[in-house]
Write a protein that binds this ligand. Structure first.
Ligand code: NAP
Length: 333
C-alpha cells in the first residue's frame, strides 16, 4: 500500500460518508487524492476537503480505476454490487454495511481490539462492524482482557441518526406536529418515535430476535474470537438525535470487582471511564456526540449472576460506530 493512497468514499453525501470526509480531514490522513462517489442524484454536487472543492461523481463499475482504498457507506446492496468490482480493480474495500461481515474470508475489525485481523484480507474487502456492536465492545474488550468474557445481556438505546438523515427528519417533524396539535405520518419507523421508544430495530427473524440484535451475537463472537460467547440483545430506537447508549450485563470467567474493572480501562485507546454517579457523572448521548471516544459508566457488581458486572456504554454511532472506525482501519493498512 502506498504511503499516500488514492482514497474514494462511496456514499459521500450520506450521514456516514460526510463524517468519513471529516475524519480523514481531522486526522490528517495521508492521501494523494480523494474521490467522492454517490448516486446520479448527487452527481455534480460540490463538497469541500482540506479547503478544496471536490465534485461528487456518479458511482459506476469504472469508478475504482487507480483507487487504492474505497470506504463504502451506501448500504448493503451497493456494497454487494460494487464492492467486488472495486476489489477486482486492485482497490482495498472497507465496507460499512452488513453485506460481507460474516464472510469467513472478510476480516471484521475494530482497530483498538483486533487490528491484526485487517492485515489478512484475501478478498481485499474488510468489514466495519455494526455500530452498536462496536460501541458495546469498546466497553467490554478491556474487561474481557482482565476477566475473560463468557456472556452478555445487552439493551440498546439507539439514536434516530442511525437510520440516516430520514430518521432525524421523522423525529423533528413529529415533535413539531405534536407541539402544533397537527396530524403526522410514520414513514421510517413502525410506530411514532417522538416522545416514545420502539423495541424494534431492523426486521424480526424466526427466533423472535431482530437482525440488529443478532449482529451483537455473531459479530461479537467474530471480533473477540470467542465462538462460544453467549449474547442476548434487545435493540430499542429512542428519540435521541445522535449517539447510541447500551446497557450491558457481562459475565466473566474470573471473579470481578469494580475497582479492578475501572483499572482495566487505564491506557486503553478510544474509551474513557466517566463514573461518579453520586456527583452526577455518568455518560449520556450528548457527551459523546461528535466525539471519537466511547464513555463507560455505572460500573457495578451484578447481583443476579456470579462474576458479573453491569455497565453503561455510550458512543457516537456515526463516528466510532461507522466513519471513524473505517478511517482507523485505513490507518492500520
Ligand atoms: P444515508 O445518509 O441515507 O446515505 C446514503 C448514501 O448512499 C448517500 O451518499 C447516497 O447518495 C448513497 N447512495 C444511495 N443509493 C446509491 C446508489 N444507487 N449509488 C450510489 N450511491 C448511493 O445513510 P447513512 O446513514 O450514511 O448509512 C450508510 C451506510 O452506513 C448504511 O449501510 C448504514 O447501515 C451504515 N451505517 C450507518 C450508521 C448511522 O449511524 N447512520 C451507522 C453505522 C452504519 P445520494 O445522496 O446520491 O442518494
Amino acid at each position: 500500500m502506498s504511503e499516500t493512497p488514492k482514497v474514494a468514499i462511496v456514499g459521500a453525501t450520506g450521514a456516514v460518508g460526510e463524517e468519513m470526509r471529516l475524519c480523514l480531514e481531522e486526522r490528517n490522513f495521508p492521501l494523494e487524492s480523494l474521490t467522492l462517489l454517490a448516486s446520479a442524484r448527487s452527481a455534480g454536487k460540490k463538497m469541500t476537503f482540506r479547503g478544496e472543492e471536490i465534485t461528487v461523481q456518479e458511482l459506476t463499475h469504472d469508478s475504482f480505476q487507480g483507487i487504492d482504498i474505497a470506504l463504502f457507506s451506501a448500504g448493503g446492496g451497493i456494497s454487494l454490487t460494487f464492492g467486488p468490482s472495486a476489489a477486482a480493480a486492485g482497490c482495498v474495500v472497507i465496507d460499512n454495511s452488513s453485506a460481507f461481515r460474516m464472510d469467513p474470508e472478510v476480516p471484521l475489525v475494530v482497530p483498538e481490539i483486533n487490528p491484526e485481523a485487517a492485515k489478512s484480507a484475501p478478498k481485499k474487502i474488510i468489514a466495519n462492524p455494526n455500530c452498536s456492536t462496536i460501541i458495546a465492545l469498546m466497553g467490554l474488550a478491556p474487561l474481557h482482557d482482565a476477566f475473560g468474557l463468557r456472556s452478555i445481556i445487552a439493551s440498546t438505546y439507539q439514536a434516530v441518526s442511525g437510520s440516516g438523515a430520514q430518521g432525524i427528519v421523522e423525529l423533528e417533524e413529529q415533535v413539531k406536529a405534536i407541539a402544533n396539535g397537527e396530524d403526522f405520518e410514520t414513514k421510517v419507523y413502525p410506530r411514532q418515535i417522538a416522545f416514545n421508544v420502539i423495541p424494534q430495530v431492523d426486521a424480526f427473524t424466526d427466533n423472535g430476535y431482530t437482525k440488529e440484535e443478532l449482529k451483537m451475537l455473531n459479530e461479537g463472537r467474530k471480533i473477540l474470537g470467542l465462538p462460544e460467547l453467549k449474547v442476548s440483545c434487545t435493540c430499542v430506537r429512542v428519540p435521541v438525535y445522535r449517539s447510541h447508549s447500551i446497557s450491558l450485563t457481562a459475565q466473566f470467567e474470573k471473579p470481578v470487582d469494580v475497582e479492578a474493572a475501572k483499572a482495566a480501562f487505564a491506557g486503553r485507546a478510544g474509551v474513557q471511564v466517566k463514573d461518579d454517579p453520586e456527583n452526577g457523572l455518568f455518560p449520556v448521548p450528548l457527551d459523546t456526540t461528535g466525539q471519537d471516544d466511547c464513555l463507560v459508566g455505572r460500573i457495578r457488581k451484578n447481583t443476579v449472576f456470579k462474576n458479573a458486572l453491569d455497565l453503561w456504554v455510550v458512543g457516537d454511532q456515526v463516528r466510532k460506530g461507522a466513519a471513524l472506525n473505517a478511517v482507523q482501519i485505513a490507518e492500520v493498512l
